[in-house]
Design a protein around this ligand. Structure first.
Ligand code: AHR
Length: 495
């Protein structure tokens, strides 16, 4: 087994890893909201006010901190007043963006806020700038957050909610360079300024306003946006999906891939790092003090849909390869947590890189779910300095990728957490860790997720991939050695 060195310097504490980095995104798309989260009160599937109990329990297990809704591209076509009041009066319409199916608006603001309350997570609302009005967005904020006497507060009370909700995160539009209006950054920045002006802080509620940032490597958008918004935003967003190549046509199947495709996807997962570095550089030109955060509010793998499913539903399986993509991204977000304040994987249930998949009353946890569970100890901890020696791996003649990815944090109660993954399909590594500035008494918890690159859970075999207790380490006199098998992810908590 090849030996590599790792150094952890716990004396060098860096940025706080906001728990919101472990956030999720759910859209009115395919079977995400309807079936995946909301089944209605009359469903035989166990639910609380229409929301699936199994899904809520599973998301609580990974400590979901924040949930973004209602889109995505759906957000800039969504008119929130269609989704309030008695369900029988709510408008039925076509979801023109996703699959052309009927949207009956039975899941609206009250249901979403109920979901967040059941989950104990922060709501993150994406407002409609593309096809809505300033008044509509301003009134939505008033409806949700105003405690006094006003038309919107009265309407909320009439609809059964006396007290306002707390709403922190508000996105002012989604992908306004594309499905959110095909705008130029200069124009969007002006629109952003106008819309956000009227989104008020009511009744002690403090909004955290997010401007629509770039897609992938569009540094021009970031530059013009940052120049245009001045100090009027708390954060800007970034959307980046992991494909099997550089182009949208480079989408392949979620399962049944060969080693070359496996490594390509891992390679493009690592490419996200370049985007973070370069977008942060552009942001620092206008905001050297890091007052404005970067929110990666859509990320994850995007493959061909599963055979026989609606192409507009974006339903895909999830394998060990996706688990590695998740581990690489989460380590990367931790490492850049001085600027990355939130991230939302796309999407929670039944769409793209989901943590859960459902079929009728059945629900399975994907390999990506287990990564979120293994990494939950990083939430709100402080990043510490770490370095690992890396070897490039991959198929001969193809793109090569670093074998190991890692991040380390220290929690408020003094526990040190290390997450490390090995994407190599050929080589196991013996990681020799030099632990500085932390007097390790012992290992509190150690888990591993490992399997074949294509291994996944199905409704017939729901437990094929799952975490196990990890014993492949030794710890003595400040030295730890970790045996990392091929295609594996490990988390170790020291106390
Ligand atoms: O997550 C699917 C879609 O991807 C979202 O609706 C959109 O914002 C992005 O292009």
């Amino acid at each position: 087994m090849a030996k590599v060195k790792m150094v952890i310097n716990a004396a060098h504490q860096k940025s706080k890893i906001n728990k919101e980095i472990y956030g999720h995104f759910s859209e009115h798309l395919g079977r995400c909201i309807y079936e995946g989260i909301y089944v209605g009160e009359d469903s035989k599937i166990p639910n609380t006010r229409g929301i699936r109990n199994d899904v809520v329990e599973a998301l609580k297990e990974i400590k979901i901190p924040v949930l973004r809704w209602p889109g995505g591209c759906f957000a800039d076509e969504y008119h929130w007043k269609d989704g309030i009041g008695p369900k029988e009066n709510r408008k039925k319409m076509i979801n023109t963006h996703w699959g052309g199916v009927v949207e009956d608006n039975s899941f609206g603001t009250h249901e979403f806020m109920d979901l967040c309350e059941q989950l104990g997570c922060e709501p993150y609302i994406a407002g409609n700038l593309g096809s809505g009005t300033v008044q509509e967005m301003a009134e939505w904020v008033e409806y949700m957050t105003f405690d006094g006497v006003s038309p919107m507060a009265e309407l909320r009370r009439k609809n059964g909610r006396e007290k306002p909700w707390k709403l922190k995160y508000l996105g002012i539009g989604n992908e306004n360079w594309g499905c959110g209006g095909n705008m130029r950054p200069e124009y969007y920045a002006d629109e952003y300024r106008r819309y956000q002006t009227y989104c008020r802080n009511f009744s002690g509620n403090q909004l955290y306003k997010v401007a629509c940032g770039p897609s992938g490597a569009d540094y021009h958008w970031t530059d013009k946006l940052m120049q245009g918004i001045g100090n009027q935003a708390h954060a800007i967003s970034l959307h980046n999906y992991t494909l099997c190549g550089n182009d949208w046509s480079d989408r392949r199947h979620a399962t049944g891939f060969d080693e070359s495709e496996y490594y390509k996807v891992v390679y493009f997962a690592h490419e996200t790092e370049k985007l973070l570095v370069k977008h942060c550089e552009v942001m620092s030109k206008y905001d050297p003090d890091h007052k404005i955060g970067l929110i990666v509010d859509e990320w994850g793998t995007w493959y061909e849909v599963e055979p026989g499913t609606n192409p507009g539903f974006l339903y895909q399986q999830n394998t060990m390869r996706d688990a590695l993509v998740a581990a690489i991204h989460l380590d990367m977000f931790n490492q850049h947590s001085d600027r990355v304040v939130m991230a939302n994987i796309a999407q929670t249930v039944n769409v793209l890189q989901s943590v859960l998949l459902t079929e009728g009353e059945k629900m399975i946890k994907t390999p990506t779910f287990y990564v979120f569970k293994m990494y939950r100890g990083h939430q709100d901890a402080t990043l510490v300095d770490s370095f690992v020696e890396n070897k490039a791996v991959g198929c001969a003649g193809d793109l090569q990728v670093p074998s190991l990815s890692q991040s380390v944090s220290i929690s408020a109660d003094g526990k040190l957490m290390l997450t490390i993954s090995n994407c190599s399909l050929q080589e196991a590594f013996d990681v020799d860790v030099n632990l500085i500035g932390f007097d390790a008494k012992g290992v509190k918890e150690a888990e591993i997720l490992t399997n074949a690159m294509d291994a996944h859970n199905t409704f017939e075999n729901p437990d094929a991939v799952h975490t196990e207790v990890f014993s492949g380490y030794t710890l003595k006199d400040g030295h730890m050695s970790i045996q990392m098998p091929c295609c594996s992810i490990v988390s170790i908590t020291l106390e």
